[in-house]
Ligand binder design. Structure first.
Ligand SMILES: N[C@@H](Cc1c[nH]c[nH+]1)C(=O)O
Length: 394
């Protein structure tokens, strides 16, 4: 016997079925409304971009980029994130719009995955970018909005981890000097491989004080008192500046009433190499991967010749939906099963219900083979069958 035909999909590609789709659309619309109410304007950018502009600026590992060629032989990429395309837009079509600029997006992004990893290679991000504002208020706004959006989506139990790329890089560079060794430790942090980080540190030929400083970095996770602990690692001037920035940020977040969910985490290091200052990730109970992430990227815009400080974040819709408890279940449609002689009556009834916002499936009885099975899909099933008046729809 020949093997049954399997409709395989490329690694990491997924179908979105009705239940997930509905939930996603509903939550997404709540998130978008919130972003719009803070004055962010939604834009769309193309799915394909040039590899040597947006592809490189996106700061994703090259092997994770989906690449293809256009008719002129130029290499294109499926956009791996939205921050770089938005930097391109702000520096070209919007170059005459004065800073600060507040933009938002809701778009699929693409990052190639190994099949064994089982991770999605296409997923939807809803995010914002606040470009041209280098103030602490801009940082507080981004974090407060992210917190609000997570709350509005129905997640009650979550934390937002905040770190600072500058602090970590300065500390490592001061102790290790050489870029390769720093790079290696940063890679462990990015992979959240703290055991690997610690054993690597212990192998390095360092004074015991410096070994301790590098190891203590791993404990710098927790409430606002972590900032005091971080100060004890005797950071250099730039490192101290980063700590002051974080302290100010915390005070501002208290004003925004958004400090309750914040924890500081100096091990936070992102794979996105454009970050230059604070970085943050949102975590929901029960989900291992971040449901949102963002940070300050003050150098990216210069790559597009319109220098500006900037900050932003993206919500990862698939993980966010996974994190929602099922109390958000959606009402299923109602069904009206009719026979042709009652079709008009059924149509009239369906029209009235639909106008009231109730979802109605109209189904000719002779088109259904197993009525019992079919009926299970609906909240209510009404019968308009035969010439007799069968059901009272008042
Ligand atoms: N583009 C980032 C999120 C982000 C938006 N703005 C700044 N950071 C990501 O895909 O992880």
């Amino acid at each position: 016997m020949s093997k049954p035909f399997v409709f395989e999909k490329p690694a990491g590609m997924r179908d979105t079925l009705p239940a997930f789709y509905q939930k996603n659309e509903k939550i997404k619309s709540a998130i978008k409304n919130e972003m719009e109410s803070w004055g962010y304007q939604f834009i769309q950018t193309p799915t394909l971009e040039y590899h040597d502009t947006v592809g490189e600026a996106s700061a994703i590992l090259d092997q994770q980029l989906f690449k293809l060629l256009d008719m002129e032989g130029k290499t294109l990429v499926l956009r791996p994130d939205m921050t770089a395309p938005i930097a391109r837009v702000v520096s070209s079509s919007m170059k005459n719009v004065a800073y600060p600029i507040r933009l938002a997006y809701s778009s699929p992004v693409f990052r190639a995955q190994q099949r064994e990893g089982g991770r999605p290679a296409e997923f939807e991000q809803v995010g914002i970018e606040l470009i041209g504002d280098g103030t602490a208020s801009a940082e507080a706004e981004a974090l407060a909005l992210m917190t609000e959006v997570i709350k509005k989506s129905g997640i009650s139990s979550f934390t937002v981890a905040v770190g600072h790329i500058g602090f970590v890089q300065e500390l490592l560079a001061e102790i290790l000097g050489n870029d390769n060794r720093t790079g290696e430790l940063l890679r462990y942090l990015n992979e959240k491989n703290y055991v690997g980080y610690a054993s690597h540190v212990k192998e390095l030929p360092l004074s015991s004080i410096d070994t301790q400083r590098l190891l203590k970095l791993l404990n710098l996770r927790g409430g606002a008192d972590v900032l005091e602990e971080a100060a004890k690692l005797s950071p250099n001037v730039k490192g101290q500046r980063a700590l002051t920035e974080l302290k100010t940020l915390y005070t501002l977040l208290e004003d925004y009433d958004a400090a309750q969910n914040i924890v500081f985490d100096f091990t936070l290091f992102s794979h996105m190499s454009y970050y230059t200052g604070i970085v943050f990730e949102g975590y929901a109970a029960g989900i291992g991967a971040p449901i949102s992430s963002g940070g300050r990227y003050d150098e990216l815009l210069s790559r597009f010749d319109r220098h500006a400080p900037a900050i932003g974040f993206a919500i990862r819709m698939d993980y966010l939906i996974e994190a929602l408890d099922n109390k958000n279940e959606f009402l299923r449609p109602q069904c009206i099963l009719f026979t042709p002689e009652r079709r008009k009556e059924a149509l009239q009834w369906a029209k009235e219900k639909r106008e009231k916002g109730i979802k109605i499936v109209m189904q000719d009885l002779s088109g259904v083979t197993n009525v019992d099975d079919f009926s299970k899909r609906f909240d209510e099933v009404h019968y308009l069958i035969g010439s007799q008046q069968g059901e009272d729809f008042s």
